[in-house]
Design a protein. Sequence first.
Length: 191
Amino acid sequence: MTPRLHCSCTLRSVLKNVALDEGLPALACPDCGAVLLKMDDWRRWRSRSPAAVALGVSVAADAVSADPGRARACPACTRLMERLPLDAAGALRLDRCSTCQTVWLDPGEWQALVERGLASQLDAQMSDGGQRRLQAERLHASRIQALRQRHGDACMDEVLRIRRWLAEQPRRDEVLALLQAPEAAAPSQRN
């Protein structure tokens, strides 16, 4: 007999069987709407339906409002779950128990994953490489924001435009050398 799992919203909330999508079983809390997803079930579903993902359980996307700093205990083993960001902004975070191979989805998170095209990429997004990539994206965005504050939006927009243009140049090194050459070495541009 499988033990009954409870949600942390109340001790008497027993998780019930639901389908997030056709062929994707999960356990949902009838009180708060949160969902416990077994990654083995997700992997089987993903291997059968690599194309577009349809919504089976409808939960409003604006319901995603979990406290990002709150540690959650895994309903299966009671160990603390790790909170992993799934987008560069860190707006969408999932709780994962690596011991039980489960993911806790707060109300609205499955729909948010589907809408952002991430529902079929959970393994890649939660992997070490995926987390490093997201961290690099957050760091890059933070640097650009600091530069925008220091130099202004117009200046940074122009710098980014020039960088994109420079990346397309076949003789990029020569163009960079021209830009860095002292004024005396550059041809005169007097009229």
